[in-house]
Ligand binder design. Sequence first.
Ligand SMILES: Nc1ncnc2c1ncn2[C@@H]1O[C@H](COP(=O)(O)OP(=O)(O)OP(=O)(O)O)[C@@H](O)[C@H]1O
Length: 273
Amino acid sequence: MTEIRLKNVSFAYPDGTKALENLTLTVPSGQRLAIIGQNGAGKTTAVKLMNGLLKPSEGAVFVGDWNTKDYTTAQVSRNVGYVFQNPDDQIFHNDVESEVQFGPKNMGFDPERVTALTDWAMELCGISHVSHENPYNLPYSVRKFVTIASVLAMDSDVIILDEPTAGQDRIGLDLLSKLLDELEKKGKTVITITHDMEFVTDYFSRIVVMANRKIIADDDSEHIFYNHAILDESMLKPPAVAKMANLLGLEKGILTKGQLLSVLKKRDLTRGR
Ligand SMILES: Nc1ncnc2c1ncn2[C@@H]1O[C@H](COP(=O)(O)OP(=O)(O)OP(=O)(O)O)[C@@H](O)[C@H]1O
């Protein structure tokens, strides 16, 4: 059970660039949270603070009852795994299995636990059949799952996924969907940064919108994607389904293809009478 708390956090990079201003955010254990916002809004900086890669310039970040300023990145990242946006920043072994095993081995887990976690993570990420391949002989989309499996195998309570749908086809998206369900069953917290609004509306009940170094909204998709002030300030485009529903003059709140279809079907039935 690991709650994450950012309390009045500000952060500036060593060159003086201010990336976050007075951010306060609590992510309860087991929650699914999507952080969205324009490029440069501060999303990556915020999650790097959560896993201890960065320490706040002002304010405090708590992972469970640890104040991250008192712990090393290696210690914090045992509780908060971070899958980078670009898999090539993360992979450094010559075969998939060694890559996935590295984390749990490095954490000192006993061999049976290392094997069980590695097999579970590779299976969940659909990469068991390429376990002996060199990751660099695999397509980008599969390499991304290799890095997801490497983080899952460490069994951290919190998992941060940076742009998980980038470069994924239908098979990859289905795998992600199953993976999110499995992590939810296990009570894991999943935090994603994404520009994929369909992914957000389909899988995340809580959305934090960032703009200009701050959180400007923290709500569910219906309240975010039908709020023009938030969309304008964050320069976000609503998901295609919401745009279509708007164009068709349908009621507010339609966000998924399923919702759109059911409203259109109801309309057809009413007209047919
Ligand atoms: N290493 C760095 N040194 C200096 N400034 C940085 C560094 N990394 C990020 N920044 C700046 O900090 C601000 C916030 O960047 P951040 O990467 O957190 O935004 P983001 O919302 O994740 O953007 P994106 O969607 O493009 O990944 C931006 O102005 C960015 O240029």
